[in-house]
Design a protein around this ligand. Structure first.
Ligand SMILES: NC(=O)c1ccc[n+]([C@@H]2O[C@H](COP(=O)([O-])OP(=O)(O)OC[C@H]3O[C@@H](n4cnc5c(N)ncnc54)[C@H](OP(=O)(O)O)[C@@H]3O)[C@@H](O)[C@H]2O)c1
Length: 428
């Protein structure tokens, strides 16, 4: 009986794979990017993007039980493929947010709720694991702590009963290998309620380094958080923390109540992960990667939008990337353009692209063997940037967190490069 673990690069999934493997259960670790997986020797791997139904059938072959991350995008197709493959039981990594009043309209809760409902309506047996805050959320403070900066919090007295990911995984392994949790929705927490301020005090004690907490306004927090997540998620999280200042967090099921063994504490998680909070070694500023690197990492929505726009200008994506390399470093030599772009195409192809951009008047030669953008070339860049900027609005309306994060990174690089290209062009 093979058990499929989806999202296998995830923190919880990694612990589920390890737990099943050490229990001697045949396990297949499935990820959207299987090449990046680290799994114990002997564990089978497969490609599975939960929003890519074409990957479902091969990954599900011979599978009877599944550990599932809550991706609503392809859930109807996933249920059908699982039923067709003979899957009997799905254990879902849901969230305690689904039990809160107004969950229907809460962007944080909605994705887990949608997946729970699809499973409940299916012919598959299910278990819903509904964890509260994870201990790993404390990694959000690592940036400040490793640089000895104050940790800025809008609600430092919000209380959480953070759960260790391995405790979630232990319960998942029990649900996947037995029947005691079949048909049950269990809310999972850690064993103790601690305010964020108290969690930081634990980190200070374990690391032996002082921690300063700086209270900031809700508006300031909104602005900071908007750089990392959609606006709907920001508002929802801030509401959650504000409400959590009222008193201790409720304690629900833990490994102690479900499995009869002590739940791991927040301190234990910090002791295991104290390296993450160690002072950052002094490092020279890394040389910024050329923009072509970021374009390769852009999500599909973004690249589709770009392709459409570029086609309107008679430009391929390769041509657009060449323009960006020039914008990055202008004036730049032909040889440097060929070097940076070598991963994309051979020298004759690139030379032809450069010639075409010169003929179209988007590139110019400020000196023999050198390339720079013309005003028209810069306009092309600005037009594509405007199109990319429109993605922000769509992101605010709600896209997947991964799509959002990737795109925000791309946007930051695009904006930085456009600004530096502008500054260079203003230099006499
Ligand atoms: N944090 C909380 O407080 C909290 C509370 C309740 C519920 N939850 C739920 O728990 C889930 C997150 O669980 P988690 O912490 O185990 O997930 P995670 O580590 O954030 O990973 C989530 C998924 O992202 C993908 N991924 C993409 N790039 C990755 C990378 N570089 N490294 C690792 N994974 C990467 C992985 O799927 P692939 O391998 O297929 O790409 C992975 O399963 C969410 O669904 C959330 O709603 C979280």
């Amino acid at each position: 009986m093979t058990i499929l673990v989806t999202g296998a690069r995830g923190t919880v999934a990694q612990a589920v794979v390890a737990g099943l493997h050490s229990a001697g259960v045949p396990v297949r670790a499935a990820s959207a990017r299987p090449a990046e997986l680290t799994v114990p020797a002997g564990v089978d791997t497969a490609e599975l993007g939960l929003d890519r139904p074409e990957t479902f059938a091969p990954a599900l072959r011979g599978v009877r039980r599944v550990f599932l991350y809550p991706e609503p995008a392809g859930i109807e197709e996933f249920v059908r493929a699982a039923e067709a493959a003979g899957v009997e039981h799905v254990v879902l990594l849901s969230s305690s947010t689904v039990t809160r009043p107004g969950a229907e309209d809460d962007p944080l809760a909605r994705q887990s709720l949608t997946v729970e409902r699809a499973l409940a309506a299916s012919g598959l047996a299910w278990t819903f694991l509904r964890p509260d805050a994870f201990t790993v959320n404390a990694l959000a403070w690592a940036h400040a702590l490793t640089r000895s900066l104050p940790v800025q919090l809008p609600f430092p007295d919000a209380q959480v009963a953070s759960i260790h990911p391995r405790d979630i995984a232990d319960v998942a392994v029990a649900a996947l290998t037995g029947d005691s949790l079949t048909g049950r929705a269990v809310t999972l927490t850690g064993p103790e309620s601690l305010a964020f301020r108290e969690q930081l005090a634990v980190i200070a004690e374990v690391t032996g380094r002082p921690v300063t907490v700086q209270e900031i306004s809700r508006a300031e927090a909104e602005q900071q958080m908007a750089a990392h997540m959609p606006a709907g998620y920001v508002a929802s999280l801030l509401d959650l923390w504000e409400a959590a200042c009222d008193g201790p967090a409720d304690l629900a099921d833990t490994t102690a109540t479900l499995l009869g063994r002590p739940a791991r504490t927040f301190r234990q998680w910090v002791e295991e992960n104290s390296d993450a909070f160690a002072p950052a070694p002094e490092q020279p500023e890394p040389k910024p990667m050329p923009i072509g690197y970021w374009l390769r990492r852009a999500d599909k929505a973004l690249t589709d939008a770009m392709d459409a726009l570029l086609a309107g200008h008679g430009l391929t994506r390769l041509g657009w990337q060449v323009l960006n390399v020039v914008a990055d470093e202008a004036p730049v030599t032909d040889a440097r353009v060929l070097e940076v772009m070598a991963v994309h195409a051979d020298a004759p192809t690139l030379t032809a692209v450069v010639e075409k951009a010169l003929a179209a008047g988007w590139l110019t030669r400020p000196a023999p063997g050198q390339l720079a953008l013309t005003g028209d070339g810069r306009t092309r860049l600005a037009e594509v940037l405007a199109r990319v900027g429109a993605f922000r609005e769509r992101a605010a309306a709600g896209v997947s967190p991964e799509e959002y994060r990737t795109t925000m990174r791309v946007l930051e690089r695009l904006t930085a490069n456009a600004e530096s290209a502008g500054a260079e062009s203003a230099t006499p």
